[in-house]
Design a protein around this ligand. Structure first.
Ligand code: SAH
Length: 240
């Protein structure tokens, strides 16, 4: 009787193809652009009439990738180095009862073309394919709380990392500007937030990683606090 069934009204098309390296909150990386494509009976202009007057919207969504992986009353927020436990409702963890996420993101545009309604968004922290359950306009007079305090997450996360690009990685960004505008600063900001798992951050010596953004495979390494983007290649191509 108290179980609810929810159906997606839309799905997200995002450059983040895997959970690894997605920022932990929205708007930390303005270059992260996405489309929100409406489906079924919600794919009609009426549903968003007037939304273009708002600069930001709330996305209410399902953590679909982790929803069936369970939850526990205590979680280890990455902010606390993975050591300290907090109650799940005292965190923004993805593993939670009901698996619902919320993000206030920038609304860049509203389009209805060839029978498809979609919103253009930026500053997103959502995985590609995320089901959207609801959308509401962001109301600054009520939603913005400049005097609020936030315990262990009181400030924007900062890292001491310096991000550099190897020559061939820069060349890739320059040659593919039309297809991937702002790619270099996007990658730089993704890496600057240090996506490594907490236990790896204390490791010394060389560490190599790969991540995917769009259909690109990005290889990078960390030596102490220096991150170097070594190589960018299309998933379909083998790196040279
Ligand atoms: N702003 C949201 C999300 C915070 S958690 C909220 O507060 O509810 C942010 C993390 O959610 C990201 O780092 C990413 O790893 C994860 N994530 C994003 N979309 C997801 C999805 N569809 N399923 C599971 N995890 C997702």
């Amino acid at each position: 009787m108290n179980d609810y069934q929810l159906s997606p009204i839309a799905f997200i098309e995002s450059p983040y193809k895997q959970k690894f390296a997605i920022p932990r909150q929205p708007r930390l990386i303005p270059e992260a652009k996405a489309k929100c494509k409406f489906v079924g009976e919600f794919n009609r202009e009426e549903f968003v009439r007037g939304i273009e007057d708002f600069s930001h919207v709330w996305l209410i969504f399902r953590f679909h990738e982790t929803a069936d992986k369970g939850w526990s009353p205590l979680v280890r927020p990455p902010r606390l180095g993975g050591n300290d436990k907090k109650g799940v409702f005292a965190t923004r963890a993805t593993f939670r009862p009901n698996g619902i996420g919320m993000s206030a993101v920038k609304l860049e545009g509203v389009h209805y073309e060839n029978g498809q309604l979609w919103l253009e968004l930026s500053g997103i922290d959502l995985l590609d394919g995320t089901p959207i359950l609801d959308i509401k306009p962001y109301l600054p007079y009520s939603d913005s709380l400049p005097n609020a305090t936030a315990g262990f997450a009181d400030t924007r996360p900062e890292t001491p990392l310096l991000v550099e690009f190897a020559d061939k990685a820069i060349a890739f960004c320059e040659q593919n500007q039309t297809l991937y505008p702002e790619l270099q600063s996007f990658i730089e900001k993704v890496l600057k937030q240090d996506p490594r798992p907490a236990y790896k951050k204390t490791k010394v010596g060389l560490q190599e990683y790969g991540m995917s953004l769009f259909d690109l495979n990005i290889k990078w390494q960390v030596i102490e606090s220096n991150v170097t983007v070594l190589e960018i290649s299309k998933n379909s191509e083998k790196p040279a």
